[in-house]
Design a protein around this ligand. Structure first.
Ligand code: SAM
Length: 297
């Protein structure tokens, strides 16, 4: 498959940042060692997740990985959907109750119902969203993430979460980090192993935000079914080279680095400000939380 290199597309009133749909590149493509970043025979996190969500963009390797993990932990499918529902609730809360108009969504995955810009701009059409992902297939589909309302703006960065400085620099072309913003790290930090210091990455992002900003995290855990989830994680890590690290409640909370947590704190993803009755026994192997941030000025 021919994949596009990063490109920039300007629409509507040329020259107006508010009217721009842009795609920019903050990371090297192909990979730094010169190898192509897209191999259809290898499963990728965004596409495996897409299979669990019921999407059609997974390739054979992705479907195999998705099915293998689900054989160990069938709840992974409900978990993926519960996570997606958390994303929508969090964005509605941020736009509706916190007045946030700028969103940095890192690891958005393949376009799916309820993309951040759709949820945010349904509440506040002038919202600006920058999406960041390191999967070339997400880049190839990113036009669907760039259907901004005329009043707002959408941007896409082909970049890696492990380089927060590059992300902040490039995202600053669309977002004004002197004003409140929300950073969304929804089901992405579990792709960062301890060796890559995920808490430092969160701290670097949080430290760049203005007062009134917030940071959302959802994260895989084995806490609710240690044996089944651990074997699902092992299967995933055999089939998906990116690999995944499940973390405990204390470890997920620690990723916030002591930032003040919005009630109800770090909780199972289905219990974070649910907009429906959570059924007893309804489980998803993720924690979610949202913290306020913003350096004093
Ligand atoms: C499970 S999907 C989550 C999608 C979306 N946030 C949601 O919750 O519905 C994880 C996404 O994170 C991306 N990702 C994983 N590691 C990444 C990294 N180091 N830098 C940027 N994106 C990454 C994957 O490519 C994938 O699109």
């Amino acid at each position: 498959m021919e994949l596009p290199n990063a490109f920039r597309q300007e629409t509507a009133r040329p020259g107006s940042r508010d009217q721009q749909l842009t795609m920019t590149q903050a990371s090297s493509s192909p990979a730094a060692d010169g190898t192509p970043r897209f191999d259809p025979g290898v499963a990728h996190p965004a596409r495996v997740y897409n299979v669990w969500l019921g999407g059609k963009d997974g390739l054979a390797a992705d479907r195999k990985a998705a099915e293998e993990v689900a054989a160990h932990r069938p709840q992974v499918v409900a978990g993926a959907r519960a996570n997606r529902a958390f994303l929508a609730r969090a964005v509605r809360y941020l736009a509706g109750q916190r007045g946030v108009r700028q969103f940095l969504d890192i690891g958005p995955g393949l376009p799916a119902p309820g993309n951040t810009h759709e949820v945010a701009q349904a509440i506040a059409p002038d919202s600006k969203i920058v999406y960041v992902d390191n999967d070339p297939l997400v880049l190839a589909h990113a036009r669907a993430l760039l259907t901004s309302s005329p009043e707002g703006a959408c941007d896409y960065l082909d970049a890696d979460l492990r380089d927060p400085e590059a992300i902040l620099r490039e995202a600053g072309r669309t977002l004004d980090f002197t004003q409140p913003a929300a950073v969304l790290l929804v089901a992405v930090l579990h792709f960062v192993p301890d060796a890559d210091a995920p808490a430092d990455i969160v701290a670097a992002l949080a430290g760049a935000l203005a007062p009134g900003s917030l940071l959302a995290i959802s994260h895989l855990t084995i806490d609710f079914a240690p044996d089944a989830v651990a074997s699902g994680v092992a299967a995933y890590n055999t089939l998906v080279p990116a690999g995944i690290t499940a973390r405990s409640h204390a470890e997920v909370t620690a990723l916030f680095g002591g930032l003040p947590l919005v009630a109800p704190g770090t909780v199972p993803v289905t219990e974070w400000r649910p907009d429906h009755q959570v059924r007893p026994g309804q489980s998803a192997d993720l924690y979610a939380g949202l913290a306020t941030t913003g350096r004093p000025r």
